[in-house]
Design a protein around this ligand. Structure first.
Ligand SMILES: [Zn+2]
Length: 724
């Protein structure tokens, strides 16, 4: 007689308490074999197990006698292989409880059909696998594990987009990639409750479904006629409800979202995931229509979107990279709706290439565009949307929460709940944040500064401190305060950005809208022609070394370069970089602000991305020279002082030399007045400045502005100033 048959016989003879059956059978059989036989009988639907008065009671299930599941038969037939797999993963890490289907099939290729079996019967398969896992665990560590279930990942097949998951997938496993856009705080879910009968004292344990309220559930007493037992105790596990978003933008420009339920795992608040889940239904009250939600069986965090690069792609990438002007050409292709502005386009392309990771050091390039109205900064930014992980926001509509993240009370599938909403910086982790109207909102600026600096999005609210990874490049754009960029003035006089934030930008470009007949004609021609081509569908195909460019190939190029090249700096390139740095430092020697290693680090990052873009593992002199040229181009634009005819670093981060004297004089007037009065009115400052130093009102106004951005003076009341 088999163990199963012995168990059935004992139950038939009135011995229904599991402890007793177990004790009897382990005299003649191995302990594991006895537990497994019981589990198998339960899975087959031959017996039922219930906890009554704290004891496991077995009973024979007559109605289901015919039903022996294929899943169950298959998994038990191969339980040895499955055990072997669990032993392997538990040896490496005793906390691992993930059944990675792909990994399993690689070890046991003859069991490849397992993937489909699990996929089509997820809950049943997970229960059996969990039992086998628990047995394996007990054998290995001689103690029980109290996990509720194992995780399942890597389906091999059935990869879908979130938007493709529908009615046909209900109850079956699907795999998809997504990013988290909202996450509830950790909650508890009651999975099982023990009910007590007040009439006769019987206890009964019942499993609970997601949508069941344990307090309202009608549980009748198995022992007497009481139809309503009362809750005595509960078993809980952690539970989290996420809103996830499809990574790909759909044809209609929308990004599909869905709610995803996670059970029994560590809380997670941002990032990208590859999820294996079962679509489950929740019916709208009184209708036959149900919402589809996703119940996770397991997930892996992913860094990048799964970009599939073929051998052909690699061949094409190398062909493209051979072109000596590869950077210019790819930059032009990436930003093909913008005419001219070659240096800016080049810089933005290089920004997407990204520097080399070196411990804690920021590898992302930050770029600031100060543009005259109508120059097309927004068009430029919108063209980047085609790249993965790029997010666009305008500071005029942004809040700190929108950019960095926030914790709010929101309606969820399970009532109102505190939820974490990662902001743009966390959503763009690994990519680029485009911030339009950068100077529009002074309150938000410190958040941006912190994210740029720490590469983390720090959310602090209601005694919660969350740090979400935000390894992003920042492309910021703003209009100069006076309407048009004026090269006679310093950067700070025209854009109210604090020097510490300004210095986080590796490259600053003023983009001026200077009327120029030839150039204007070219631009207009370009706009008309590209419009015509779009209407006719005759857009020119652009080729590099015979390879036709596409957005897809561009994305692959950037991805391949980032995965495969980590250039170091050659001795010759090092010499060039140091030479240039020393020269700039010498130039800024007599200024209020000197070039520091921060600018040197920018130069190093820039050299690295140039080399990377050219598929090199070493920065050579050619790359270093190109980086220096780009930086020099920016510096000439922003720090050339027409009054002295020299490059003046103070024109970027402070007050140009030619004006420093005047601003010191204005500061002196305020200090002087403050000696007897707490605050000094603008009229007095204007009057004294004009009379004593011959400084015009207009100039004084600009000086006051700069002094206040620099934190040397502040205005406690409109029209009044005092020193800090
Ligand atoms: Zn009762």
């Amino acid at each position: 007689m088999s163990i199963s048959e012995e168990i059935l016989k004992l139950i038939e003879n009135g011995i229904t308490e599991w402890d007793e059956i177990y004790t009897r059978l382990i005299n003649n059989h191995k302990k594991n074999a006895v537990s497994m036989a019981k589990n198998r009988l339960i899975q087959q639907g031959k017996i039922k197990e219930e906890t009554i008065n704290g004891k496991k009671i077995l009973s024979i299930q007559h109605e289901n006698e015919e039903l022996i599941s294929d899943v169950d038969a298959y998994l038990f037939e191969h339980s040895q292989e499955i055990k072997e797999y669990f032993k392997l993963i538990l040896h490496q890490n005793p906390d691992n409880r993930t059944f990675n289907i792909k990994e399993f099939i690689l070890s046991f290729p003859h069991l490849a059909e397992l993937s489909d079996i699990i996929k089509n019967n997820p809950f049943e398969a997970r229960n059996i696998l969990t039992n086998i896992y628990k047995e394996t665990y007990e054998e290995l560590f001689a103690e029980e594990t109290n996990i509720t279930h194992i995780f399942i990942t890597n389906l091999l097949t059935s990869k879908k987009k979130l938007s493709e998951i529908g009615a046909n997938d209900i109850g079956k496993l699907v795999e998809f990639e997504c990013s988290i856009v909202q996450a509830s705080k950790n909650k508890s879910r009651t999975t099982e409750a023990e009910y007590l009968c007040f009439e006769c004292g019987t206890k009964r344990t019942v499993k609970l479904d997601f949508w069941e309220d344990p307090e309202k559930k009608k549980v009748s007493c198995p022992n007497c006629s009481n139809q309503r037992m009362t809750i005595d105790s509960k078993s809980r596990i952690t539970f989290q409800e996420l809103i996830v978003q499809q990574l790909e933008v759909s044809q209609d420009g929308k990004q599909h979202t869905a709610s995803l339920f996670l059970e029994d795992s560590e809380p997670i608040y941002s990032g990208k995931l590859r999820v294996v889940a079962v679509p489950i239904e929740k019916y709208k009250k009184g209708t036959s229509v149900a919402d589809i939600h996703l119940y996770a069986f397991g997930y892996e965090e992913i860094d990048n979107i799964d970009i599939n690069i073929t051998e052909d792609d690699i061949e094409n990438i190398y062909k493209i990279a051979k072109d000596p002007e590869v950077i210019e050409k790819l930059a032009n292709y990436m930003l093909r709706e913008t005419k001219g502005m070659d240096e800016v386009k080049k810089a933005i392309f290089l920004q997407q290439v990204k520097g080399v990771e070196k411990g804690d050091k920021r590898r992302n390039l930050n770029i600031l565009l100060i543009t005259d109205p109508g120059v097309g900064k927004s068009t430029m930014m919108h063209q980047l949307k085609k790249l993965p992980n790029t997010k666009y926001a305008t500071m005029s509509g942004a809040s700190g929460a929108g950019l960095i993240g926030g914790i709010n009370k929101e309606k969820t599938e399970f009532g109102e709940s505190w939820v974490v909403k990662p902001g743009i910086y966390a959503l763009a982790d690994g990519g680029t944040v485009c911030l339009d109207e950068f100077t529009h909102n002074k309150e938000v600026m410190p958040y941006v500064h912190d994210a740029m600096e720490s590469q983390m999005a720090k959310i602090t609210k209601m005694q919660n401190n969350l740090e979400l990874p935000a390894r992003c490049a920042t492309l910021a754009a703003c209009n100069p305060k006076l309407g048009r960029y004026d090269s006679n003035l310093s950067v700070m006089e025209q854009v109210p950005i604090k020097p510490e934030t300004l210095s986080r930008f590796d490259l600053i470009f003023p983009l001026r809208d200077v009327p120029d007949n030839e150039n204007d004609k070219d631009i207009l021609k370009f706009i008309i022609r590209s419009g015509n081509e779009k209407i006719k569908g005759t857009e020119k195909k652009i080729k590099i070394n015979g390879v036709e460019l596409s957005d897809e190939l561009l994305i692959k190029y950037l991805h391949y370069v980032d995965e495969n090249f980590k250039p170091t700096i050659s001795d010759e390139a090092e010499e060039l970089i140091i030479d240039y740095y020393l020269k700039m430092r010498e130039l800024s020697k007599n200024g209020a602000i000197t070039i520091t290693t921060r600018q040197a680090e920018s130069l190093i990052r820039l050299s690295e991305v140039v080399a990377k873009a050219r598929l090199k593992n070493e920065v050579d002199t050619e790359d270093a020279r190109e980086a220096i040229e780009l930086m020099q181009f920016c510096l000439e634009q922003i720090s050339y002082d027409p009054e002295t005819g020299k490059i003046d670093i103070d024109k970027v981060y402070g007050i140009p030399k030619s004006k420093r004297e005047k601003s010191e004089q204005v500061l002196k007037i305020i200090e002087d007045e403050n000696k007897c009065k707490d605050i000094v009115s603008e009229e007095i400052i204007f009057e004294r400045a004009e009379k004593e130093y011959n400084i015009t009102i207009e100039e004084v106004e600009r000086i006051l502005e700069v002094l206040s951005i620099r934190g040397e003076i502040y205005s406690p009341k409109f029209g009044y100033w005092r020193t800090t």
